[in-house]
Design a protein around this ligand. Structure first.
Ligand SMILES: C[S@@+](CC[C@H](N)C(=O)[O-])C[C@H]1O[C@@H](n2cnc3c(N)ncnc32)[C@H](O)[C@@H]1O
Length: 341
């Protein structure tokens, strides 16, 4: 197995269950990560890829091996924070349009392994961006007018957090200066409204030729908050699904030690490079201007993105020679948006 290490970090290119089996008992202080969301995306054609599951049952059978290794390797009283979302069903794959309780499946897996269900936070996501990307029937304004029994809200992200039973021997302490009360009130909110969805590490270099999809890196804001709240400087932080190294880069930047595992070689390589040179502001995809906007301006911005996507999505399907004609025919774009939120 290929592995690389540097100042305060180690990355393994392999299967997380196998790598965790090699870690000592009670050795990890904190774990934060985003697993494959069942079979929603597969990242490679490896059978070890948990995204290559046949269905949810198959995914949780595989994931259960990892959760049992978490139980053995976590220090007592310490936490595992798992980023996830519930999953939409489709007529084609499931026979009905609705939702699957993926978050609930994760909670059950950790409880079955003996963890305490410790906390959870809901991360707000913009439904306009979601409908533009997914064209989900339940979010279309057209559907609302036709029969709103099939309408639904956008699907948020969650961070579900589990504690290994036992006393925490390495207290995580803060002061008024390092964690002021107004910051705590914001972090203690059960819904994080202010996570910058676009503030993620750049990932395009990790795309392989045969990839049909690209990775969706975890937002740095989410990782930073979890890291600050639930770990100490110098702690060992683990991500079994390290991807391009978002959790690792934050851990190293915040003075923690990091152990990461990633199955896909191109992601592993980018993670190593991100750990060797922790990214600066230029390496982060961050639309700062978007987040300097007021709430109503934010929605206008989302609408603008929706317009652009609708326009480019439709143009792609049209013969290049007719592109100019098509552009004219697509105007006014506002009409196209009547189907969206
Ligand atoms: C949701 S992505 C994680 C993205 C990561 N948080 C980031 O910001 O880059 C899930 C990752 O798990 C990896 N993966 C899937 N099965 C794995 C396994 N058995 N062991 C290790 N990595 C695996 C995939 O290749 C993918 O990179």
């Amino acid at each position: 197995m290929i592995s690389k290490n540097g100042n305060g970090w180690a990355m393994y290119n392999g299967d997380c269950v196998e790598v965790l089996r090699g870690l000592p008992d009670n050795s990890v202080d904190f774990s934060v990560y985003s697993p494959p969301f069942s079979s929603l995306y597969s990242y490679s054609n490896s059978l070890h890829d948990m995204g290559n599951s046949k269905n949810d049952e198959d995914f949780f059978k595989h994931y259960g091996f990892l959760v049992r290794e978490h139980m053995r390797t976590m220090k007592p009283g310490r936490l595992v924070a798992v980023h996830c979302m519930n999953l939409p069903t489709s007529k084609q794959n499931d026979g009905f349009i609705g939702l699957r309780d993926f978050r609930g499946g994760i909670i059950k897996e950790f409880q079955d392994a003996g963890f305490i269900y410790h906390a959870e936070v809901c991360v707000w996501k913009c439904p306009v961006v979601a409908v533009t990307r997914t064209k989900a029937l339940g979010l279309l304004h057209k559907q609302l007018k036709k029969d709103s029994a099939m309408s639904r809200t956008g699907i948020p992200d969650y961070v579900v957090v589990f504690r290994k039973p036992g006393d925490n021997e390495g207290r995580i302490t803060h002061t008024n200066e390092t964690f002021p009360v107004d910051e705590w009130q914001n972090v203690a909110s059960p819904v994080w409204m202010d996570i910058r969805q676009g503030r993620v590490l750049k990932y395009r270099d990790a795309k392989e030729d045969d990839d049909t999809r690209h990775i969706c890196p975890l937002q740095l804001d989410v990782i930073e908050r979890c890291m600050k709240l639930w770990s100490n400087p110098g702690d060992v932080v683990l991500s079994p699904f390290a991807g391009i190294g978002s959790e690792g880069a934050v851990a190293v930047t915040m003075g923690r030690r990091f152990v990461g595992v990633e199955l896909k070689k191109s992601y592993f390589d980018l993670a190593v490079s991100n750990l060797e040179n922790p990214p600066g502001a230029d390496d982060v995809i961050s639309d700062i201007s978007k987040y300097a906007l007021s709430e109503s301006e934010h929605w206008d911005y989302a609408k603008l993105c929706a317009e652009r996507d609708a326009l480019s999505g439709r143009i792609k399907t049209i013969d290049r020679k007719r592109e100019a004609e098509a552009k004219a025919a697509l105007a006014p774009v506002d009409d196209d948006l009547s189907d969206l939120i």
